[in-house]
Design a binder for this molecule. Structure first.
Ligand code: EPU
Length: 420
């Protein structure tokens, strides 16, 4: 077990390159189940969630090799189950459901259950598959789905679910006829998955908008593809620049994926310039209070809420942060308060009474992936030493974050720790 130790109070200056996007890589890896052959993916982030998805595909009979560049040979698929042991460690395992039902006519996938940030049901994934002709039963904590061949359907999502849209889009690619998805998630990762599916021979139009149309085809072929950069990792480094009063060039950030974050950073007083191939982000002194409400893309991402809360702790005056996507995503608040932050939570809203320079180093516990990132940011700005425990949460979604922060001037180390 490891912990991260940080000596805070140094401005971060320099260049950083983003890894491939976790939330794009995971559905793309699942989409290889739709093909029969060897898919080669490059710019895949080396993360524990990616390794979990690799293990899941292996359990099903795929050969999965490599790190960074991953080859998936899907010719040997012979098992159609995602067991509880894997699903409980990574909810995104549910992304194999749509492809398996579509290609093999059967799947048995453990229900993910709740998690640290909320209940997170998958009813919309299941309703969509049922509308496409699958018989779906829940038995002993597992979803069991069967069908001869899925057929196209007109699906209307009650709310825009990211992995739900991805699961149904993948399933629809091999269904007979046309499927439409209304109120689809518009996240760049959905659009990226559609790009890959179309390369595989699928006919998907409208991904990236809230109305997606898929014309089913009989089979898909393997492809080579480079995964897009991770906008959430990008946003995390942007906040690191502003909160430490630094100056970071995020060399491969895609500005069109980061618009909501850029707007909020600019409103806080940061200077952000698009430069060839990236974004330069500079802290300019006093940080103005923030007013943030999370929303589906193109709104402000829930995956950046915890990191911006750290920025709010350094603002001059009170900020208001409202979480509308998940019901329990304020677990970082109590840890930030242990570092001296003054934050009140009222239902879905946190009021952050900012005090520049007010954070003190402490030993804190990571509770989920993005909460861990916020504690790292807090440690970078706090006076003294911060120790972040349970960094396995961080390793699910940030590739060697300490190795990227050190060249920017951070004093940060990963050291062995006793206990969890
Ligand atoms: N929802 C339902 N029913 C469903 C599906 C979703 O009610 O069948 C609700 C959820 O409970 C939630 C809302 O819809 O209130 C949106 O959830 P969504 O389904 O979009 O979340 P997800 O697909 O499970 C992905 C990301 C999350 C990210 C959310 C929101 C992946 C692998 N995960 O989750 O990423 O927070 O979208 O943008 O893409 C992370 O990377 O740290 C992370 C948690």
């Amino acid at each position: 077990m490891y912990k991260i130790v940080i000596e805070g109070g140094r401005p971060l200056v320099g260049e950083v390159t983003l890894s491939g996007a976790k939330n794009a890589a995971l559905p793309i890896l699942a989409s290889t189940l739709l093909t029969n052959g060897v898919t080669v993916l490059t710019n895949v982030p080396d993360l524990s969630d990616v390794r979990t998805m690799g293990r899941l595909l292996q359990l099903m009979g795929a050969e999965v090799t490599g790190r960074g560049t991953i080859k998936v040979d899907s010719r040997g698929i012979h098992a159609f189950e995602a067991p509880y042991e894997l699903v409980k460690t990574m909810r995104a395992s549910v992304l194999v459901l749509g492809p398996m039902v579509a290609r093999f006519g059967r799947a048995r996938v453990s229900l993910p259950g709740g998690c640290a940030i909320g209940t997170r049901p998958i009813d919309l994934h299941l309703d969509g598959l049922k509308a496409m002709g699958a018989q779906v039963d829940l038995r002993q904590g597992y979803v069991e789905a069967r069908c001869k061949r899925l057929h196209g359907a007109d699906l209307v999502l009650r709310q825009p679910t990211v992995t739900g849209t991805e699961n149904l889009m993948m399933a629809a690619c091999l269904a007979k006829g046309r499927t439409t998805i209304e109120n689809a998630a518009r996240e760049p990762e959905v659009e990226e998955l559609a790009r890959v599916l179309n390369k595989m021979g699928a006919v998907v139009r409208g991904a990236g908008t809230s109305y997606i149309v898929i014309e089913g085809v009989d089979d898909l072929h393997p492809v080579e593809h480079a995964v897009i950069p991770d906008r959430i990792e990008g946003g995390t480094f942007m906040v690191a620049a502003v909160v430490t009063g630094g100056d970071i060039l995020v060399t491969n950030a895609l500005p069109e994926h980061c618009d909501a974050m850029i707007q909020k950073l600019r409103a806080s007083g940061a200077d952000i310039q698009a430069e060839t191939g990236g974004l330069r982000v500079r802290g300019t002194g006093a940080i103005a209070p923030l007013d943030i409400s999370t929303a589906p893309f193109p709104g402000f991402p829930t995956d950046m809420q915890a990191q911006f809360m750290v920025l709010a702790t350094q603002a001059v005056g009170p900020s208001v942060i409202t979480e509308t996507i998940f019901e329990n995503r304020f677990m970082h608040v109590s840890e930030l308060c242990r570092m001296g932050a003054d934050i009140e939570v009222r239902g879905k809203t946190a009021i952050v009474h900012g005090e520049p320079g007010g954070l003190q180093g402490a030993t804190v516990m990571a509770t989920d992936l993005r909460a861990s990132a916020s504690l790292i940011l807090a440690g970078l700005v706090a006076k003294g030493t911060t120790e972040v425990l349970r960094v396995y949460h961080l390793d699910r979604g940030y590739e060697a974050i300490e190795k990227k922060l050190t060249p920017l001037g951070a004093a940060i180390w990963r050291v062995r720790a006793d206990g969890p």
